[in-house]
Structure formats: structure tokens, C-alpha cells
Design a protein around this ligand. Structure first.
Ligand SMILES: [Zn+2]
Length: 174
């Protein structure tokens, strides 16, 4: 190993060993019950912030999280490692989160034509805008969550680890 913590190599080895692609959870907030990292023998990878941030920090945090994901993986080459991506889109960094979801959806689409592989997890704030984006996109869908999204993201993480198909995950209440 030339690098001490190479996320890509670690995930790639697990995905190949288990023949099961990974599901990504990405948020500039926290994921309840989960810290950033790899879970379930490579089935789940969490890109999150480790604590709740003040609203004015969220835009930067959203960009940092997306940058980190793109630094760890080259989606045009490594897209075959991923089955599905969930991106939290709240109010404080809504545009950043939406662009991340669309960019990831775009970069993944060349791999397999299996429909929408990116799900925005959006709170009520400016929901119509999120719904419009999802409606117009061939790669991004939308489910609903509470403001902050950490509870819903935590439920999604658990569901994935319990073997639920990410495409069948709908809104968890509100
Ligand atoms: Zn909200």
C-alpha cells in the first residue's frame, strides 16, 4: 500500500470480494448513528459531517463533502463500484447539494442504464424546486425527510445494512 488510508482501494477490495456494490450516503449534516466511513463489509459508505454545523457553514461543508467523494473516487472510472447514492438536500446548502446530486447522476449514468441511481433526500424547505429537478432528471429522484435529514439518513443507512434494495426506499415519514 503506498497510501495509508486509500478509501478507493479498501472499498474496491470489499466490493470485489462480496460481489455487491456499495451504496453511498452523502450529507453536509450528520447521519444518526453513523460516523463517516465504510460499513457492512463495503455495502455502505457514509460521507457526512461529524457534527451539526451552523447554517452559515453548510455551503462550504457541502462542497467539502462532495470534493472528498470526488477525490476518493473517479466516478467515470470507478462508477461500477456504486449501486446507489443518497444525497441530503436541505435548505442551508440546497443548491450545492442539488448540483452534487446532478453531477454524480451524470457521471454515473455512463456505466449502466438502470434508471435513476441518485436519490435526493430533501426536507420540506423549497420542496417544489427539488421536486422539479428530480422530475426533469433522468438520473436523480427525490424522497422526503425532516429538516436536517440526520434521522432519515440514519434510517436509510440501517435499511441498507439490513439488506433493503435502495431503489425501494421511499420517504420515512417526515
Ligand atoms: Zn428544511
Amino acid at each position: 500500500m503506498n497510501e495509508k488510508t486509500n478509501v478507493k482501494e479498501e472499498l474496491e477490495a470489499l466490493v470485489n470480494k462480496n460481489d455487491k456494490k456499495a451504496v453511498v450516503l452523502m450529507t453536509y449534516n450528520t447521519v444518526e448513528g453513523f460516523k463517516p466511513g465504510i460499513y457492512g463489509d463495503g455495502r455502505l459508505i457514509v460521507y457526512s459531517w461529524d457534527k451539526k454545523l451552523r447554517s452559515e457553514k453548510c455551503k462550504e461543508a457541502a462542497k467539502d463533502i462532495t470534493d472528498k467523494f470526488y477525490k476518493d473516487f473517479n466516478l467515470r472510472r470507478d462508477g461500477n463500484l456504486f449501486e446507489h447514492i443518497f444525497v441530503y438536500a436541505g435548505m442551508n446548502a440546497m443548491d450545492e447539494a442539488i448540483s452534487a446530486a446532478r453531477m454524480i447522476g451524470h457521471d454515473l449514468k455512463d456505466y449502466e442504464n438502470l434508471g435513476k441511481k441518485v436519490t435526493m433526500v430533501g426536507c420540506d424547505c423549497d420542496y417544489n424546486k427539488k421536486a422539479r429537478i428530480a422530475h426533469d432528471s433522468y438520473s436523480v429522484s427525490l424522497i422526503q425527510c425532516e429538516c436536517g435529514g440526520d434521522v432519515t439518513m440514519g434510517k436509510i443507512a440501517k435499511a441498507i445494512l439490513e439488506g433493503k434494495d435502495p431503489k425501494t426506499i421511499k420517504s420515512y415519514g417526515k
